[in-house]
Design a protein around this ligand. Structure first.
Ligand code: ATP
Length: 307
């Protein structure tokens, strides 16, 4: 089956001269949940905005279900629902009115049965007459999703749906996304959180500095990304890492009192046991240790640096 979205050689240079996207190629498969991972400023919102027809592309092409987003703008746009990062709705409208109004913007005839279904799927039915201003943050986010689904799109973009959202609500949001997928909607979400991609996505794309640096199915990618960092605090400061420890690619802190070791949590061996032995053999004593999941930023740095 052909991809539902096909992005080819896409570049975007803003009026300021800044190149936010550079030669992006990306296919989204029908029915999948695709997570676009990237640090701040990577180009995620720019990419989504172009596909959704909010920003113009500078070079390349994008088709949505075979419709070119420039030549066939209306047809392409009507296939897409977009939940933007910022919540903006008319605070004094009711949930029902605001969601129905969104449908009208797409020139679709009224369909109360559809609006009712969307509100029920998003657990907003009992709030249909409530003014937006009276809703909790989580409910407001669901209203944004309801608005995006009001015109029966086949594709839903969620731009950082769980940024600044508590754990409970994040899980609720994941449930909603899964329900939508089982109803046949293709979902593309952007996120900073590896855990979110891991939990939700069928495939993951990593974007950094305007370039897609990796795309793959989740399992393969998580193996690549699943690094942890062990920090060993030393009893005595050292000036340099002994050459015998070179194979571990340790990094020495500026004050010479800690070394860090990155290891693969999904690999067969972490190398920690032999590292601790070799440190002892080198006469280095440890006063404390801690581990942390390497942040997305760290991963990007290592991916971008990789030859
Ligand atoms: P975040 O995770 O912070 O939302 P993002 O990956 O969505 O980031 P974008 O919002 O797409 O990133 O921004 C990509 C780059 O393009 C950034 O460096 C940003 O400063 C720049 N940029 C975005 N919009 C404009 C604009 N209208 N004019 C000039 N530069 C812009």
């Amino acid at each position: 089956m052909p991809p539902i979205i096909s992005v080819k050689n896409l570049s975007k240079t803003y009026g300021s001269g800044f190149k936010a996207l550079n030669n992006v190629d990306l296919d989204i498969n029908r029915g999948e949940i695709f997570a676009l991972l990237g640090p701040n400023g990577a180009g995620k919102t720019t990419l989504i905005s172009i596909i959704c027809g909010i920003a113009n592309l500078s070079e390349g092409s994008v088709t949505v279900d075979g419709c070119d987003i420039n030549k066939d703008y209306r047809a392409a746009r009507s296939l897409i629902g977009l939940v933007p990062q910022e919540l903006h709705t008319d605070a004094f409208e009711s949930v029902w009115a605001t969601v129905s109004f969104s449908r009208g913007l797409f020139g679709k005839p009224k369909n109360p049965a559809h609006i009712e279904k969307v509100l029920k799927d998003l657990s907003l039915w009992d709030k249909k007459d409530a003014k937006i201003v009276t809703l909790s943050g989580g409910m407001k986010r669901r209203v944004m999703i309801a608005k995006a689904l009001s015109h029966e799109p086949q594709i839903l973009f969620l731009d950082e749906p769980t940024a600044g959202v508590d754990v409970e609500l994040r899980k609720g949001m994941w449930e909603v996304v899964r329900t939508l997928q089982s109803a046949g909607v293709t979902i593309i979400l952007t996120t900073h959180y590896i855990e979110e991609a891991e939990e939700m996505a069928d495939r993951v794309g990593v974007i950094a500095k305007g370039e897609i640096i990796l795309v793959g199915d989740k399992a393969g990618l998580m193996q690549k990304l699943g690094k942890k960092r062990l920090t060993l605090h030393l009893q005595n400061r050292i000036d340099a890492i002994p050459t015998a420890l070179a194979p571990y690619s340790l990094e020495l802190s500026d004050d010479g009192r800690a070394v860090t070791y990155d290891y693969d949590t999904k690999g067969e061996r972490t190398g920690i046991t032999s590292l601790l032995n070799d440190l002892r053999n080198a006469g280095i004593r440890i006063s404390d240790l801690d581990t942390s999941q390497s942040s997305l930023e760290d991963i990007f740095v290592s991916l971008v640096r990789a030859p």
